[in-house]
Design a protein around this ligand. Structure first.
Ligand code: AKG
Ligand code: FE2
Length: 188
């Protein structure tokens, strides 16, 4: 397992570097920020649910990282939101899915977007998925590489603390719109 996690870390670093190159970001940008960072690997288990039509397996959210590598080999359930519609993402045992996270959205000044996604529950079958979240250290400043930036800068720790506060108060993550410089919320 340790080997797999290490490989996923290298893959996330490489992919970030390639995506970053397309924006003119220097090659070790992500490595410098994430090498001692808070990246994590999670196995998600969704047991069969008797009231599946009334609940989510996982509520709609964007990921709080640079990017996520997801493996969902067998059972459907994952959906992503595009132009206000939800689309199912077919499971595939031979594919890894790449999901842009909030932090990459800021670094790219919204060129790359963190899409909302969710998991619908199922009455009949158990579902597993595996996710690697590529994250910086707490004190890393998240800011746009491109200028003029549409976001204020903030540390990774600050961002997570704000999310925690918002979830506690409103039940909602709120997320990046908290950090818009001119309060212009772009459509997602
Ligand atoms: O189970 C899935 O397919 C998605 C999991 C996910 O979005 C997450 O863990 O953040
Ligand atoms: Fe997610």
């Amino acid at each position: 397992m340790e080997g797999v996690v290490k490989k996923l870390g290298s893959l996330a670093e490489k992919i970030s570097e390639i995506l970053g190159q397309s924006l003119g970001i220097k090659s070790n940008y992500f490595k410098e920020r994430c090498e001692k960072g808070k990246s994590s690997f999670r196995m998600n288990r969704y047991p069969p649910c008797p009231i599946a039509s009334q609940v989510y397996g996982l509520i709609p959210h964007t990921d709080t990282d640079y990017l996520t590598i997801l493996y969902q080999p067998q059972i459907s359930g994952l959906q992503l939101k595009k132009s206000a519609k939800w689309f199912p993402v077919k499971p595939n045992p031979r594919a890894l899915l790449l999901n842009i996270g909030d932090l990459f959205q800021v670094v790219s000044n919204d060129i790359f977007r963190s899409l909302k996604h969710r998991v619908v529950a199922s009455e009949g079958v158990e579902r597993y998925s595996f996710a690697y979240f590529y994250c910086p250290s707490d004190d890393v400043i998240i800011e746009s590489w491109l200028k003029p930036s549409i976001y204020k800068h903030f540390s990774y720790k600050e961002y997570r603390q704000q999310i925690e506060k918002d979830v506690e108060k409103t039940g909602n993550k709120v997320g990046l719109s908290r950090f818009f410089l001119h309060n212009i919320a772009l459509p997602h």
